[in-house]
Design a protein around this ligand. Structure first.
Ligand code: GLP
Length: 259
């Protein structure tokens, strides 16, 4: 795991956008794993503003609420169209989200895993982190080897996402279809982005705490190619900060991103 701390939110976000664009330029037919949430909106703004083509890109989103149609304003399908898909030249047939509106959720979950396999696996998976340490919607106690399935959301998560549902946590669907932690760990490269002091405590537990199903994001410590990009506020509780900064300042891989 590599931890990179940038002085502010904008610099953390633009570093993540630059890495994604570099991967896309190197492999125009890249398979991207995408995330939703407030943290990601600015990343998608920067991707949409770039001149890079998404024509050959395939995407898989982490999760979708159960029971919401793709047209629902609170759905992640709608979020993705509004923030990215309608602003770039992606082929909508290649932009996949779990089908939360499916009558048979087990089948929808299985089909989603099969589609990822058929696409050759995910090259780069983008991740945010929930206040309780979830990645995707893998709430605390999710199996570290879990695959795509439906999960019941915690009250914390429903409150955290209420802004997308008129501010009312009770309007947030109680369940979601989400990639499992095992599905996420299968991606060839992972980038987790977290900003703001509200995330500092959970980021420290995920990055420097023990690997535990109680903090789903701690499973990322097992991945051989995982970057955690933070702003100063989200990095506020890390113990090994000096070492992370030293690596970022000295590793040749980061030379082009140091500005
Ligand atoms: C939702 C998504 C997660 C995301 C999290 C963070 O719960 N399912 O994938 O990481 O939100 O949200 P925010 O960026 O708004 O803090």
């Amino acid at each position: 795991m590599e931890v990179i701390v940038r002085p502010d939110r904008e610099q953390a976000v633009s570093l993540v956008a630059e890495i994604i664009l570099d991967r896309l330029r190197a492999k125009p037919e890249i398979v991207l794993g995408l995330a939703t949430g407030r943290t990601m909106t600015r990343v998608y703004d920067l991707l949409a503003q770039s001149a890079v083509s998404f024509a050959c890109v395939t995407t898989f989103n982490l999760d979708e609420y159960v029971g919401l149609s793709a047209e629902h304003p609170g759905s992640f399908a709608r979020y993705m169209r509004d923030h990215l898909f309608e602003k770039v030249d992606i082929d909508p047939a290649r932009a996949h989200l779990p089908d939360g509106a499916a009558a048979d959720l087990r089948k929808a979950a299985h089909d989603f895993e099969e589609l990822i396999k058929k696409a050759g696996g995910i090259d780069l998976q983008l991740l945010g982190i929930g206040e309780n340490g979830h990645i995707g919607f893998n709430e605390p106690a999710s199996a570290l080897m879990s695959r795509t399935r439906d999960k019941t959301l915690t009250p914390t998560t429903r409150a955290q996402n209420a802004a997308f549902f008129c501010g009312d946590p009770n309007m947030v669907p109680p369940r979601a279809l989400t990639m499992g932690i095992g599905t996420i760990l299968d991606a060839k490269e992972l980038i987790l982005l977290a900003t703001g002091e509200g995330k500092a405590g959970i980021v420290a537990r995920a990055v420097e705490g023990p690997i535990t199903a109680s903090v789903s994001a701690s499973a990322l410590q097992l991945h051989p190619n995982c970057k955690v990009v933070l702003d100063e506020d989200a990095a506020g509780s890390l113990k090994f900060r000096d070492y992370y900064d030293f690596v970022f300042e000295n590793e040749p891989e980061w030379a082009k991103y140091r500005r």
